[in-house]
Design a protein around this ligand. Structure first.
Ligand code: HEM
Length: 465
């Protein structure tokens, strides 16, 4: 198995073996689902037994059993999911909207002033919304804490992939006594765990310093610290991982969806005239005002583009976030033992002509149907069943406001000397330019609109003196 770009690799196997295939690594089975039908039948309809996780290396060692994304189905997962749900459910939309509005204005201003750093501006936007809500502080371009967070994520993700670690292929090895140095994989895992814990803890300490000095903005973590002080719900390290997980899970997914949007628009601009006609009828043909959240119902093409940016060429979770089966099961002649890892081949499904007509094309119109307002329907970009992304409401708000303003204000074109590479996912690192593109204001009037409305969003107020 390759250590990266699993999507194209498992797609090829799927093309050969069909809707469901099994891989075996040592003593561990992986079932890979290559159709929406199979995902729905197993991960959704049988969610009661298909909702655990199974990586000892990524969960127990690298994450010290504290990263909620990787937790097995059980009490700690339920408690953390409940807390996150309180922060992220749809009733919290107004809290997020204030930050999404501000940060998307900052994004427009950054794109106007530094178009060559477009991918870094997109990464900053994606991170700053969630940092503001979780830690009450904004993110600057090039913030070293954010680079450390990206690194922490880049380090654990490969270990969730098929065959990535000896101990996951032979789980019995985890029982070997650690003290005698007989678990060589632990050296690497413990090292990553130390770095990750120190990154997450540093963010918490920074917040506590701001609280002690009396200038912390109210945010999710100030509330969690207060309630946990009363009820002792979570230890300090558990809280650091809850916050870290939210930042990780909320940042890169939004970032790569926006990269897909930019790449898709540069390559397949046919959807733009219809989207612009809607935007212009709402905000004026001559850049009268920016699109706002209240315009949603009059902008169906933007809503459709959100879903297409999550479906098309998925760079995060290319082959899903693997689930684990907690009881043995039978499905259409297959016997699936308990403990099997089951994942959905998001890259293969998204590229399949059997699933989507003109699958290779960025074509938002495919989502103009009765499910338009349900962001998780029609694709498996947000996962499935009980592990479905808990942050999809936030994702929807992030993507809506950023895409609406971007498409209203800017032209996006391919740089033909460096065409977008379409046969593999974008580089994992947020600091690497994934492809070249030309982003420029649609007109002089749109430039003036950005200068008038968006420059206020660039001025930072982190709360720090
Ligand atoms: C376009 C944006 C996003 C995409 C495509 C996305 C996608 C996903 C996927 C594929 C999963 C795994 C689902 C599964 O295992 O079935 C997931 C889980 C998760 N997501 Fe998102 N996500 C996005 C945004 C966000 C945001 C903004 C947040 C938080 C603010 C968030 C928080 C989480 C968390 C905490 C989990 C773990 C859920 C669990 O294991 O129970 N996500 N997301």
């Amino acid at each position: 198995m390759p250590m990266k770009d699993h999507g194209p690799f498992l797609r090829e196997i799927g093309d050969k073996y069909g809707e469901i295939f099994t891989l075996k690594f040592g003593r561990t089975y992986w079932v890979v689902l290559n159709s929406r039908r199979a995902v729905n039948e197993l991960l959704v309809k049988r969610a009661a037994i298909y909702s655990s996780r199974g990586s000892h290396m990524a969960h127990s060692i690298i994450s010290g059993e504290k990263r909620m994304l990787l937790m097995p189905y059980g009490d700690m997962w339920r408690r953390q999911r409940r807390v996150m749900h309180q922060l992220l459910n749809s009733s919290q939309k107004p809290v997020f909207r204030a930050f999404q509005d501000l940060e998307s204005k900052a994004l427009m201003a950054d794109l106007l002033e530094k178009p060559e750093r477009w991918y870094l501006s997109v990464a900053r936007f994606s991170n700053s919304v969630i940092m503001s809500v979780v830690f009450g502080r904004r993110t600057a371009l090039g913030d070293p804490d954010i680079s450390a967070l990206h690194r922490a994520q880049e380090e654990f993700v490969p270990f969730t992939m098929p065959g990535a670690s000896l101990v996951d292929s032979f789980p019995v090895l985890a029982n070997i006594p650690y003290l005698k140095g007989l678990q060589p994989w632990r050296r690497k895992g413990d090292e990553i765990n130390r770095r990750t814990t120190s990154t997450f803890t540093r963010l918490m300490e920074d917040l506590k310093r701001r609280i002690d000095q009396g200038f912390a903005n109210a945010c999710f973590m100030t509330k969690l610290l207060e309630s946990s002080a009363k009820k002792e719900d979570f230890t300090a390290e558990e809280m650091a991982y809850i916050a870290g997980t939210l930042i990780e899970a909320g940042t890169d997914t939004t970032r790569t969806s926006l990269l897909e949007l930019v790449a898709g628009t540069a390559m397949y601009p046919e959807w733009i005239p219809r989207a612009r006609a809607e935007l212009d009828s709402v905000c004026g043909h001559n850049a009268d005002r920016l699109p706002e959240f209240d315009d949603r119902d009059r902008l169906p093409m933007i809503k459709a583009a959100i879903k297409e940016s999550v479906r098309w060429r998925p760079s995060t979770a290319q082959t899903g976030v693997p689930h684990a089966l907690t009881a043995e099961d039978e499905f259409e002649g297959y016997h699936i033992p308990a403990g099997t890892i089951v994942t959905w081949n998001h890259w293969a499904i998204s590229h399949s002509e059997a699933e989507y007509k003109n699958a290779e094309q960025f074509y938002p119109e495919r989502f103009l149907d009765e499910d338009l307002d349900d962001i998780v329907k029609g694709h498996y970009g947000f996962g499935a069943g009980r592990r479905l992304c808990v942050g999809y409401n936030v994702a929807e708000g992030n993507l809506f406001i950023a895409i609406a303003r971007l498409i209203y204000c800017f032209d996006i074109e391919q740089e033909f000397s460096h065409p977008v590479v379409v046969d593999k996912p974008f580089p994992v690192s947020a600091e690497v330019e994934p492809f070249k593109t030309i982003i420029k204001p649609r007109s002089e009037a749109h430039r003036r609109l950005i200068e008038r409305e968006c420059h206020s969003g660039v001025k930072f107020s982190s709360g720090a003196p």
